[in-house]
Write a protein that binds this ligand. Structure first.
Ligand code: BGP
Length: 462
């Protein structure tokens, strides 16, 4: 039996925009808007209204999650739902009462709330008027929204996160066109990266003003860490992997934990003439408002080789002029997602945090397996026989446990996800849940992995 530390948290993760549905929302976020403009950009034409309807069904959904052994739920508050006027951060009464009741219902069911404040869901008005996180004014509006959340729910919520996967916002919205506003602008993505780091620090500043002296209250950020492994031991490949590591991981890890950007990255961006605009006052805010704990979303690593210089010298500045993907022969793939399955990265991440990031407390805030057409695995009892997902979790948890046994302070594992949810452009192409949701009938059924998770969480191991 592989055991985890006492009080290890067994949870699931989702987000407001992917689970709540869009009923009676005052404002749209960028995905609500983009879907309205271009439904065909989304898999099977399915948009953000088609969810498990958490906005109406949260009581039943939380009971189901409890039955699957989920003892903590990481979800998010939608800025576009909670706030009526973004400039003054005035509140929407219906949304306040919804989120209050969600939190109370979680606690009544023994499900600990872990609340995230931004999951790709920029209010579209702020995107159109100011360019979203391109603008430092929006940084301040976000901090005001964060403060409202802390004030409203901080009496009951002990664990907070400022952002989910800021790197994906850069990739999606500013480099590779899978998030609205679909821009391709390398230098702008650098400024957005800086502004999001600043926004996170400003939210932490607000949090500390309210709860700084309360040791029970913690705030962190959620990063999708993708260790970058070089294709070979050649100096050129190692250099490429080093830059990929700076760009993909350290650009957010370092300011969040150490309060400053990696010098190597700053030099590289300055030489390329794309360094962000920063003031010394802002850099002090980043320095003085670091996180209490870290959320790590882990799905797959990066395999990196030195770039094709000739091809890259023709294009405008983009971060990937420094590194190319490497399709390593023999790597194990999740073919439905086209993502490599490599559990050992979790051990590497654990040791990296232990040795290079102050051995800070951290969580796996997402890890899971997305599979297409899961109806093919439904047996005669109506249950999805998702042994592949159980194996995926076992293999990842084994590596994680090894890292913990060697002194890394991982405090919990949140699988992505509890109930199958809508996933941006991919909609329901891949399902990740421990609980199946039939999006036509809204019938929700615990999968084999959900029954397995229930035992895992009860025994604190497997
Ligand atoms: C992460 C996001 C989640 C979720 C997950 C699966 O990057 O934080 O919101 O969507 O990826 O994504 P997909 O369904 O596109 O495979």
């Amino acid at each position: 039996m592989l055991e985890f530390p006492q009080n290890f948290v067994w949870g699931a993760a989702t987000s407001g925009p992917q689970s709540e549905g869009n009923f009676k929302k005052q404002h749209q976020n960028v995905f609500d808007y983009w879907y309205q403009q271009e439904p065909t950009a989304f898999y099977d034409g399915v948009g953000p209204d088609t969810t498990s309807n958490f906005f109406n069904d949260y009581k039943e959904d939380l009971l189901l999650m409890k039955k699957a052994g989920i003892k903590a739920l990481r979800t998010s508050i939608q800025w576009s739902r909670l706030i009526d006027d973004f400039e003054t951060a005035s509140l929407n009464a219906e949304a306040v009462s919804f989120y209050n009741d969600v939190i109370d219902t979680m606690l009544a069911n023994g499900i600990e709330p872990y609340i995230n404040l931004f999951h790709f869901d920029m209010p579209v008005e702020l995107q159109h008027k100011y360019g979203g996180f391109e603008s430092k004014h929006v940084v301040d509006l976000y901090a005001a929204f964060a403060r409202q959340c802390f004030k409203l729910f901080g009496d009951r919520v002990n664990n907070w996160f400022t952002f989910n996967e800021p790197k994906v916002i850069l990739d999606g919205a500013y480099l590779y066109k899978f998030h609205y506003p679909l821009k391709v602008n390398g230098p702008l993505s650098v400024q957005v990266a800086y502004n999001i780091n600043l926004a996170s620090a400003k939210a932490i500043l607000e949090f500390n003003k309210l709860y700084g002296s309360n040791k029970e209250k913690k705030i962190g950020i959620i990063l999708n860490l993708t260790p970058a492994y070089p294709a070979s031991e050649s100096e050129a490949d190692k250099k490429a992997a080093n830059i990929a590591e700076l760009w993909a991981n350290k650009m957010f890890l370092d300011p969040a934990i150490k309060g400053k950007f990696p010098e190597e990255l700053v030099v590289l961006l300055r030489e390329a003439k794309v360094l962000w605009d920063a003031t010394s006052l802002e850099l002090d805010i980043i320095k003085n408002n670091t996180i209490d704990n870290l959320g790590v979303n882990y799905y797959h690593p990066m395999r990196v080789q030195s770039p094709d210089i000739a091809a890259n010298s023709l294009q405008d500045w983009m971060p990937d002029i420094y590194f190319d993907d490497y399709e390593m022969p023999g790597r194990v793939m999740n073919v439905d997602k086209n993502w490599e399955i490599y559990p050992k990265s979790l051990y590497d991440i654990a040791i990296n945090i232990r040795d290079n990031y102050e051995n800070i407390d951290w969580f796996i805030s997402e890890n899971g397996m997305g599979v297409s057409n899961e109806e093919r695995f439904i047996d005669e009892t109506g249950i999805v026989q998702d042994d592949y997902r159980i194996d995926f979790m076992k293999n990842h948890l084994s590596e994680l446990q090894k890292g913990i046994s060697e002194g890394s302070h991982c405090q919990g594992y949140f699988t992505w996800t509890g109930i199958d949810c809508w996933s941006w452009k991919n909609a329901y192409r891949n399902r990740y849940g421990l609980i199946r949701n039939d999006i036509h009938t809204q019938v929700k059924t615990i999968k084999k992995s959900g029954y397995w998770f229930e035992k895992l969480s009860k025994r604190n191991g497997f």
